[in-house]
Design a protein around this ligand. Structure first.
Ligand SMILES: Cc1cc2nc3c(=O)[nH]c(=O)nc-3n(C[C@H](O)[C@H](O)[C@H](O)COP(=O)(O)OP(=O)(O)OC[C@H]3O[C@@H](n4cnc5c(N)ncnc54)[C@H](O)[C@@H]3O)c2cc1C
Length: 390
């Protein structure tokens, strides 16, 4: 019996305990849940008094993480590749199926095969330290499942809810439509229009290619896009990219998008856009006016819509109360753990922002937390023990 049905039994305002609270149940959260269970952690819903427990809190109404919200034309053929969840191969289906149907269905099958204590839809509003003891527990406050007291937190909240929207002079004066990648539905709604598409990433190129089939599309990027002149080699470039992103987050730098590290591949849609003459990049416009954009060279281009394909950043505002950020706005990491707080792990973050990365990060976070020896008996013992230095 899946634990989700216990949602109603968790009364708002009640404080419950779980050794580990996992926030988010996309690919990263599911991987963490799988490995917690494999290593003997049990459901805090079904066995609240057990020694080592965990619960997973997910804001989405059903399985699939952010995949359930991707735009329809992002099919299994146009995604970059979905890595299997731990030990659970995806049954190959139609390449034309939308990823927002295929991936959530696959996640649901995984959750059926590996029942996990997932409570949804429940949003974590904030996490804070329970008291002034730096070794003490955390309190995780939710919008519908009360407050959870936890010894460790694995955060797996992805990026989908934190779209990046640059601010450009005159933006509010625009009389046409502005939307972000995450609000894109289909190219049909732009048919016959003049559309400015902003951004140098994979989504920008995909949406440019689609929209330019039936509309006049203008492509703007801040920097000259770098296209790889050979096929992306995951063994070489994948490893190099991960090493560079890891070095940045371990140095406490705010992590950028993965494409800023890898460059763009000559995917079928990039080639199609180039052949249609749509892949003509313009330097970023300098201002927005009511009926269009002011180009870098001072000329004016009238547009009906501006699509901000400007990416996403880690969605971590609910952790603000933990004071994890450094003065550059980054979070200094060591592997999946926050550098000076081994009980907080960020997965699907920095170098693990991919399906394969999320899988591995979930496993690594659980291994690291297990080594800390957290559990109810340990917790009670540490409460009885005199504080170090007294
Ligand atoms: C447009 C796009 C296309 C991509 N294509 C690919 C691809 O082809 N291949 C690939 O490997 N990777 C791809 N990625 C990246 C990949 O989707 C993710 O890195 C990967 O799925 C890991 O997801 P996740 O679990 O970190 O996050 P998500 O799938 O975003 O899951 C996070 C979960 O956390 C929940 N959540 C968020 N905030 C809270 C909160 N406060 N409280 C409770 N729950 C919360 C959300 O509801 C969600 O269910 C793509 C990303 C984007 C944006």
């Amino acid at each position: 019996m899946p634990d989700e049905i216990l949602t109603d039994e968790i009364t708002a305002g009640a404080v419950r305990f779980a050794t580990v609270v996992v926030i988010g149940a996309g690919q990263a959260g599911l991987s963490a849940g799988f490995h917690l269970k494999r290593r003997g952690f049990v459901s805090a819903l079904a066995a609240p008094d057990a020694d080592r427990t965990f619960v997973m809190l997910d804001a989405n109404p059903g399985p699939g993480g952010a995949w359930q919200h991707r735009w329809e034309s992002l099919t299994m053929a146009t995604v970059n590749g979905i890595f299997d969840l731990p030990t659970f191969a995806r049954t190959p289906g139609s390449e034309d199926e939308s990823s927002r149907d295929a991936v959530p269905r696959y996640f649901a099958e995984f959750e059926e095969a590996h029942p996990l204590p997932i409570v949804r839809p429940v949003r974590v509003l904030e996490a804070a330290r329970a008291d002034s003891d730096p070794r003490g527990d955390f309190l995780v406050r939710t919008d519908g499942a009360g407050i959870w007291r936890a010894s460790a937190i694995i955060n797996a909240t992805g990026t989908w809810n934190n779209p990046l929207l640059p601010s450009i002079r005159g933006q509010e004066s625009f009389e046409g439509r502005q939307l972000h990648t995450r609000d894109y539905v289909s190219a049909e709604e732009f048919a016959g229009q003049r559309v400015a598409i902003v951004g140098g990433g994979i989504s920008a190129v995909q949406q440019l290619e689609e929209i330019s089939r039936g509309a006049q599309a203008f492509w703007y990027t801040r920097r000259e896009p770098v296209f790889l002149e050979h096929d992306f080699n995951p063994e070489v470039e994948g490893r190099n990219t991960i090493a560079r992103v890891t070095a940045d987050v371990e140095a406490g730098e705010p992590a950028s998008s993965v494409v800023s590290y890898t460059g763009l591949g000559w995917s079928p849609y990039a080639i199609a856009a180039r052949e249609r003459g749509a892949l003509e990049r313009r330097p970023m416009f300098t201002a927005i006016e009511p009926e269009g954009v002011r180009e870098a060279d001072g000329s004016f281009t009238p547009v009906d819509a501006i699509l901000w394909a400007t990416g996403f950043r880690a969605d971590l505002t609910h952790l603000d109360g933990l004071g994890l950020r450094n003065d550059r706005g980054g979070i200094t990491m060591r592997g999946t753990q926050v550098a000076d707080e081994p009980r907080i792990h960020l997965i699907g973050f920095g170098p693990s922002q991919s399906t394969v990365g999320a899988n591995r990060a979930g496993r690594d976070a659980v291994r690291a937390i297990e080594k800390l020896g957290l559990g109810r008996s340990e917790r009670n013992a540490s409460r009885r023990a005199p504080a170090v230095g007294r």
